[in-house]
Ligand binder design. Structure first.
Ligand SMILES: [Zn+2]
Length: 248
């Protein structure tokens, strides 16, 4: 999986950096200096080069006993697939929600065990956060995740190497698709319009199904799916998006 991705990214690298650099100068200033190298080497992913109108919705920090079931119902209503970056300790607490995700065709991925500040953890502790969560998800779903999204978007050379050593990919997101949906009081309409206004094929859209604004996020998904499906967009898991990118 990584080899083709490496090739694809190498080919599109210049264009992405050039256009991205011009349009999103304010974002690129905050990036880790190695980010584009990791992308080129197939260690980290932020979007996928596809020609069709297909994107991946991703939800972090769950499962949440209130908002995640609401979100799953909305996704089901629109027949859209998504990827859930769950916390190991929450997956343990709410195993039925994990089963509901996998039986509905969604992808369950790894967002660490406790959502600790990785700046304060050593290499062994970070490895254990990842492994423990993979074990829990594998026990519940029968599938070991290949995607890891570090809590708070933490990045370091050591962590990226470690994730690769676990046979996993650092699953980042498309910068222009961070609607900050988790912010208190952010209404569903504002979250949805941010995503609709910035939509492009191949994007990895970050949202949060847990936290105090989780129900607004779920409502936003209802709005944006109605609008974007009408515009011809399909919503697939990150794994499927990566496969589609590799088939060109
Ligand atoms: Zn998170």
């Amino acid at each position: 999986m990584l080899a083709w991705f490496k090739q694809r990214l190498r080919a599109l690298m210049f264009l992405t950096v050039f256009i991205g650099g011009l349009s999103y100068g304010s974002y690129t200033a905050a990036l880790h200096p190695n980010l584009t190298t990791w992308e080129r080497e197939g260690l980290l992913i932020r979007n996928v080069p596809v020609e069709e109108k297909v994107v991946a919705l991703t939800f972090d920090d769950g499962p949440d006993p209130v908002s995640t079931p609401v979100l799953l119902e909305i996704l089901g209503k629109h027949q859209a697939q998504a990827t859930f970056f769950v916390l190991g300790e929450r997956a343990q607490k709410y195993p039925q929600i994990i089963l509901q995700m996998t039986s509905s065709g969604h992808e369950v991925a790894n967002h660490s065990y406790t959502h600790s500040d990785f700046n304060k953890l050593n290499k062994e502790q970070i490895r254990e956060e990842i492994r423990q969560t993979n074990r829990i998800i594998a026990q519940l779903s029968g599938q070991t995740p290949v995607l890891f999204r570090p809590p708070g978007g933490f990045l370091s050379c050591e962590m990226v190497d470690l994730v690769a050593g676990e046979g996993m990919l650092v699953a980042y997101w498309t910068w222009q698709q961070d609607s900050k949906d988790w912010r208190r009081g952010k209404p569903a309409t504002a979250i949805a319009s941010h995503i609709v206004a910035n939509i492009q094929p191949g994007q990895i859209i970050i949202m949060h199904d847990a936290g105090e604004n989780g129900l607004q996020t779920a409502k936003a998904v209802d709005i944006l799916l109605s609008q974007l499906q009408q515009d011809g967009y399909r919503f697939v898991t990150m794994g499927e998006l990566i496969r589609l990118g590799g088939s060109h």
